[in-house]
Write a protein that binds this ligand. Sequence first.
Ligand code: BTN
Length: 257
Amino acid sequence: MSAERTGDPSAWPEGVARHVLAEVDSTNSEAQRLAPGLTQPTWILARRQTAARGRRGREWISPEGNFAATLVMRPTGDPARAALRSFVAALALADALETVCGPGATLSLKWPNDVLLNGGKVAGILLESAGRGADVSHLAVGIGVNLVAAPPREAVEPEATLPVSVLGETGVRIAPEEFLAYLANAFARWEAQLATYGFGPIRTAWLARAAKLGQRITARTASETIEGTFETIAEDGALVIATSQGRRNIPAADVFF
Ligand SMILES: O=C(O)CCCC[C@@H]1SC[C@@H]2NC(=O)N[C@@H]21
């Protein structure tokens, strides 16, 4: 499927609920609290977060006007399949941002789950799940988008991708509630693709937008730093790098360009 327009922002996907909060500690924490009582997929949007978190326990800086929301869902399948929602979310973000930013903006996807606008990080995704063993009782897909402001360079790690905002890059100003409608529609479309055809089309679409595909990258895991050429992503979403010692499949890492 190509990156088609997400359409009318007043439309809302059928069978999906939404809660809009003025303030919360973290929409992912709220997702965990609400999940046991939810009967349908639910977007939780907060105008302000007081304790937002990013990947690997990092702080997520999220001033008012930026987008902060979590989709709570009960995916079928094991944790590995549930984790593929990070690719669904990334594609949905790219579609929504493309609609909002217009054709002049360059959107790309950075493995595992960042969205880049004109080469800078504009959005991040934090997946958290709960359950026992092979059962995922619920999945929280947390999404932050720098709509109006990006954290300063000094606030992120020195080698991290430069943070940028939609407003700063394009001059476009959009309210988080309106952005949610674009995103929820796009997410529902990609989720339907995953349910109907599996990971294949998601993988293909993700690779078509991948940043630095075929180029030198560095992947840092908890135990090693791996340098090589970014070849592809595997059927399970792992990063595949060609190194001087051969091919490596890397399930989890931070990537640096
Ligand atoms: O790039 C990252 O490190 C992921 C950032 C995810 C931030 C979002 S904002 C909404 C949701 N609530 C949180 O506390 N974190 C995610």
